[in-house]
Design a protein around this ligand. Structure first.
Ligand code: 7TS
Length: 419
């Protein structure tokens, strides 16, 4: 292994971190250790998160915001405590700006259905990009069908970066009211210059929704420094459980938006003649929430904070640079996306003469879990002229040795199929 890559690994005790993740200790088949390279789809969970879920149901389970009895107060305190941890984690100005949802997808649909339906019409346009996940495309298309708003996309350049000239031009020539853009691509790994995009969008009179599903788990994100209007992410990609996600929104915007779903908890007063809405964030949280999952997301935030988001990001940049250099050694293999400095821990690739599904299956024989397919980004794959790619992704618990295992397996594939 090259000396340059080793430095960060030494200051970052990945073996100690791995001890916290029970699933990584297991063998997928007798004698074959799991090499989990699909954290972009969902991350593994540390003991602390699993134990928090377990403890919640053993010792604390009760509905929140309702009971006067002690257990319900405890559950409410734990759930609201998690909200405050999330607030601090992304540096929102107030806990009232943190709305719990199921995931990134629900958060985006919420904004489309409330802010979008109230504020957008046939004379307006929404700017997305060609590198968006389907969950940051389809809700806007649905909104377009309902309101007549136009959806326009910024092209992606062959090197995997956004075409900034086209971005500037579209802001000038289209009536853009909202920029909905991913902070980090789940296929190319591209980290977009979010603050620059926000400043330009604001100057053109547009709001910005950042899809931070891939950035919040992997790098420090400060919503005030970025000046984003909305920011969305999923708990399950940041060491937390499935079933809990976040919508951050600037308070004045959230205050002005109508509710999303109607029901319990989101109201202050209900009369048969009409109802009044609850305060933020409860106005957007109808029904019994995913309480245990929320509490465990708080534990995930604690874990990430204790390791340090800047250290996680630095380590991932090292391991990604190493992986990209090693992947370049494999004959006939193409990696999509920019160089390591501009991307997070994602390497989507194709191999000449082999379908990505076959690659994933052959790797699985060696216990290596990678995803194959369009990764919910069909327009991006179309742009690059491929139907699918194989994708390896890295998180704080992946090792340089696992990258070596991947490369060895890929080289075996090449020799076996005489590619
Ligand atoms: N946005 C981005 C950038 C994503 O990567 C994903 C999930 C989503 C939105 C949707 O998140 P969800 O939690 O609401 O499903 N990305 C992936 C992936 O790359 N492979 O599986 C899920």
């Amino acid at each position: 292994m090259d000396q340059n890559y080793g430095v960060a690994e030494k200051s970052f005790d990945v073996e100690k971190i791995r001890e916290d993740f029970p699933i990584l200790q297991q063998e997928v088949r007798p004698g074959v250790r799991l090499v989990y390279l699909d954290s972009t789809a969902t991350s593994q969970k540390p003991k602390r998160v699993i134990e928090t879920l377990d403890q919640y149901y053993r010792e604390m389970n009760a509905n929140v915001h309702r009971g006067i009895y002690q257990l319900s107060e405890q559950a409410t305190e734990a759930y609201e405590g998690a909200r405050k941890k999330v607030r601090a984690f992304i540096n929102a100005a107030s806990w009232r700006e943190i709305v719990f949802t199921r995931n990134t997808t629900e958060s985006i649909n919420l904004v489309a259905a409330t802010w979008g339906r109230t504020n957008l019409g046939p004379d307006d346009a929404i700017l997305i990009t060609e590198m968006e996940h389907h969950s940051n495309i389809v809700p806007w298309q649905l909104l377009a069908q309902q309101t007549g708003v136009k959806v326009v996309a910024v092209p992606v350049l062959p090197d995997g970066l956004l075409d900034m000239e086209a971005f500037d031009r579209l802001l000038r020539t289209e009536p853009i009211r909202l920029l909905a853009v991913t902070h980090m691509s789940n296929v190319l790994g591209t980290i977009n210059p979010l603050r620059e995009l926000v400043d330009k969008a604001h100057a053109a009179g547009a709001l910005v929704l950042a899809d931070a599903a891939q950035s919040v788990p992997h790098l420090p994100v400060d919503v005030q420094a970025l000046d984003v209007d909305f920011l969305v992410f999923s708990g399950h990609k940041m060491l937390g459980p499935t079933g809990i996600g976040v919508l951050y929104g600037k308070r004045a915007l959230l205050e002005a938006m109508p509710p999303y779903m109607g029901g319990g908890d989101m109201i202050r007063r209900v009369r048969l003649s009409g109802s009044e809405w609850n305060d933020l964030p409860y106005k957007f949280e109808a029904g019994t929430p995913s309480i245990g999952d929320g509490v465990a997301l708080g534990a995930a935030v604690d874990y990430l904070t204790a390791v340090g988001m800047d250290r996680i990001h630095a380590y991932e940049q090292q391991i990604t640079a190493y992986a990209l250099d090693r992947l370049a050694e494999v004959p006939g293999l193409t990696v999509y996306g920019p160089a390591a400095q501009r991307k997070g821990g994602v390497a989507a690739f194709s191999m000449q003469g082999l379908h990505p599904h076959d690659i994933a299956q052959l790797l699985d024989a060696g216990g290596i879990a990678v995803r194959a397919g369009h990764h919910c980004a069909m327009p991006l794959h179309e742009k690059f002229g491929v139907a699918a790619t194989a994708r390896a992704s890295f998180y704080l618990y992946n090792t340089f040795a696992e990258v070596d295992t991947l490369i060895e397996a890929l080289n075996n594939v090449v020799s076996k199929f005489a590619l």
